[in-house]
Design a protein. Structure first.
Length: 158
């Protein structure tokens, strides 16, 4: 099967039942993809984008990514990662960092579709997201801040 990983075409002929997480960690060597709940689909630490949708890579078999565009946090580039990281920190940095991968990937997917969200839309984008460190309200505000920074960056390039 063929798919695109962070902008590069990949041919995969291995086990179609292997999880995308196992592929990313063991085969592709993507260091950022985390696993916090040992594949239990409880934490979101392994969240990646598949065709622009945030998915849990621990629950996604390789068979489902044939022809897909897969993007990890590495695929966003350092500037985008920094924008999301700084916006989270400005609201009170999560000290455990457990939720950061899911937050960043869900926010990226959301802001690609809606670059100028309302506060309510930002809250709904992370409605099932749990962050005990800074709280989901602050996570939603960090998404708003990241959106503003991304819009400003886009305007500077235009």
């Amino acid at each position: 099967m063929r798919f695109n990983l962070n902008g590069s075409d990949v041919d995969y002929g291995g086990n179609p039942d292997m999880t995308l997480l196992d592929y990313l960690k063991s085969v592709a060597g993507v260091p950022v993809t985390s696993v916090g709940c040992s594949g239990g689909a409880n934490c979101g630490a392994c969240t990646v984008l598949v065709d622009g949708r945030a998915v849990l890579s621990c629950r996604t078999p390789m068979a489902k990514i044939a022809g897909a565009l897969v993007s990890t946090s590495d695929g966003a580039g350092q500037v985008i990662q920094d924008i999301f990281s700084l916006s989270l920190r400005s609201m009170g940095s999560p000290y455990c960092h457990y939720c950061v991968p899911e937050t960043v990937m869900k926010a990226r997917a959301f802001l690609e579709k809606n670059p100028d969200p309302t506060p309510e839309q930002s809250r709904r984008a992370i409605d099932r997201h749990l962050c005990h460190c800074i709280g989901s309200g602050n996570v939603a505000r960090s998404i708003m801040e990241a959106a503003e920074q991304l819009r400003e960056r886009k305007e500077e390039k235009a």
